[in-house]
Design a protein around this ligand. Structure first.
Ligand SMILES: CC(C)=CCC/C(C)=C/COP(=O)(O)O
Length: 285
């Protein structure tokens, strides 16, 4: 992660919020009150009337901007402000640690990333699981079932699954285009039928689809217990295969599962009943 100092050279020598005079970041205690009688020189700078310092101060904390009048002159208020100032730094450290663990774990688990990887011989099986969670077979299969279905209930279920799959493709493309996280360096881009946005890895489209379709099948198909277990197992395997093939980092898949789970809630909320459908078609024709 680029250092905040490098990102914002205008602050020079570390910001008065997080930095010290030697340009290194320091952590301040939230519980110990600061010695207000003799603040360190870099904190004294904050009290100055220099307009540049004032501008920096205004951009540091929204709470400071909003609540400056209520906290002035109160020691507790100042301590609370210090707490607010530390939080972004703490979150940044926590996030970079999480990312470091994510990258390390994903690399360790990418055991089928190529043929000569430690589990390279399992790669064809992983690629088969990959295809089982791909959007094209799912869209084509659902459209075929919709066309072939002779009951109104069957058509209703298949139509809603089809709409859910379209929604999934659109939402994943939007998030990928916004986040633009690159796929792991050890990934070989030899995937079946990808689109430009699929060069990005966050979130895993296979994981969103596996979670959404898994929930959909469990809720709308009458399946015997072993088949229900199989559906769950398939969804987990699709997610696991993304990391083992080196396509994704662990967080891409975790987030993908969560996003797919939520997408199913959206499908349920916007469920198209035959009446709604007839109304929509009536308006179109
Ligand atoms: C456009 C359609 C219908 C499917 C695209 C399927 C695809 C290539 C998704 C990428 O999945 P990952 O994000 O898990 O790699």
């Amino acid at each position: 992660m680029p250092s905040p100092k490098a990102k914002n050279p205008g602050r020079g020598g570390g910001s008065p919020v997080f930095g010290s005079s030697n340009g290194r970041y320091e952590f301040m205690s939230l519980t110990k009150p600061l010695n207000r009688s003799s603040p360190p020189p870099h904190l004294l700078q904050r009290q100055g009337s220099d307009p540049n310092t004032a501008r920096l101060r205004a951009s540091e904390s929204p709470t400071r901007r909003r609540g400056s009048s209520s906290s002035t002159g109160s020691g507790q208020g100042m301590a609370e402000e210090d707490g607010i100032r530390i939080n972004p730094s703490f979150i940044r450290v926590a996030l970079s640690s999480l990312l470091a663990i994510d990258l390390w774990l994903s690399k360790r688990l990418g055991v089928c990333a190529c043929e000569d990887s430690s589990w390279g011989s399992v790669r064809p099986l992983m690629k088969l699981i990959e295809i089982s969670g791909h959007g094209i077979p799912w869209l084509a299969g659902t459209a075929y079932c919709l066309y072939k279905s002779d009951s109104a209930a069957g058509q209703e279920v298949m139509l809603n699954l089809f709409m859910g799959l379209l929604l999934d493709v659109v939402l994943v493309a939007i998030v990928k285009a916004v986040v633009r996280r690159r796929r792991p360096a050890h990934n070989r881009m030899d995937m079946f039928a990808t689109f430009s946005v699929d060069r990005y890895s966050f979130p895993s489209g296979h994981a969103t689809r596996a979670a959404m379709c898994g929930r959909f099948l469990l809720a709308h198909l009458v399946l015997a217990a072993p088949l229900r277990v199989l559906v769950l197992l398939w969804a987990v395997l699709v997610g696991l295969s993304r990391v083992m093939l080196g396509r994704h980092n662990v967080t891409d898949v975790m987030f993908g599962f969560w996003m797919g789970y939520c997408q199913y809630n959206l499908v349920e909320m916007a469920w198209l009943s035959p009446q709604t459908l007839q109304g929509l078609l009536g308006q179109l024709i």
